[in-house]
Design a protein around this ligand. Sequence first.
Ligand code: F6P
Length: 352
Amino acid sequence: MRIGMLTGGGDCPGLNAVIRAVTKSLIRQCHAEVVGIVDGFAGLCGEVTRSRVLSWDDVSGILMQGGTILGTSNKANPLSAPYATAQTLAHVKRLGLDGLVVIGGDGSMAIAHGLSERGVPIVGVPKTIDNDITGCERSFGFDTAVATVTDALERIQTTGQSHSRVMIVETMGRYAGWIALEAGLAGAADIILLPEIDYDLNTVAQVCLAREQRERYTVICIGEGAKPRGGALTVERRIEDSPDPIRLGGVAHALRDQLQPRLRSEVRATVLGHVQRGGRPTPFDRVLATQFGNQAAQLVMTGQFGRMVTLQQGRLGSIQLAQAAQQHRHVPLDHPLVQTARQIGVSLGESA
Ligand code: F6P
């Protein structure tokens, strides 16, 4: 058996743990040859393929490394044009692949689904720090991102307190507020603003004013996809050749400019950016990624292609790629953590 493997889309802590588990499981259990495709779909849909065989030794010692030893790309899309699709299908055939493991986010799963409909035997492994893939209640990389943001919030607390400032910290997460919500709670933010709840500027200003009187400083944790009621998303840039061209970013600065005229305290904004995606995975993410990689290998060995590994109600499983590619998983407004935040007096920017 010869199985290809690639990492697609933005990187995320834990990718190497998956690569290691898939490779070791397939080599150990069915003596498969594992072929790593370099730079995600870019290594499969160009004029020439870029790949290398992964041995047991190649994947030993990478469990705790951040990034991906295979490289990744969030631009290449084999479905963007008929010639790119044909080229990709020809490359899969020429490489003699009996299957392909695609480790990626929803964009990669949509591509994987398209290729699988065209006959490529694919198993998907969900990855994203955003934790927003349908069918997967916890994706690896998320725990590490939450730990990084929590650490940043703790640091922001002390400097905010010293200067009696309003400190706004912007997290990644795209259109889902999972990172902002969990890290906001863990980092003791006073206000947490999520993409799922359009914030009322008056409410946010009122909370800051009340805290100016008592605590003298305020920490706001805002997801990059949050927006004011009646307002628009803050788009940082467009990457036209990407399957998902919109890059969010900068809402912390927009909020600072909206708030500053209403407050006496100085308002400062920090955008955490890619620091949330880098570095070593937490022990939780190493274990989860190892389980996902092993589960993907089991699906390959039992011929269950066209499916993506999932985690639902704490149990590993799989769903059709078609289901996974459909939509984002948002924070439900009645989620226990949302209720906890409200009940302990953390403002979610909702009007009274
Ligand atoms: O999906 C992961 C993610 O880090 C998002 O949270 C963020 O909006 C986006 O990727 C950033 O993408 P890029 O690395 O292309 O700027």
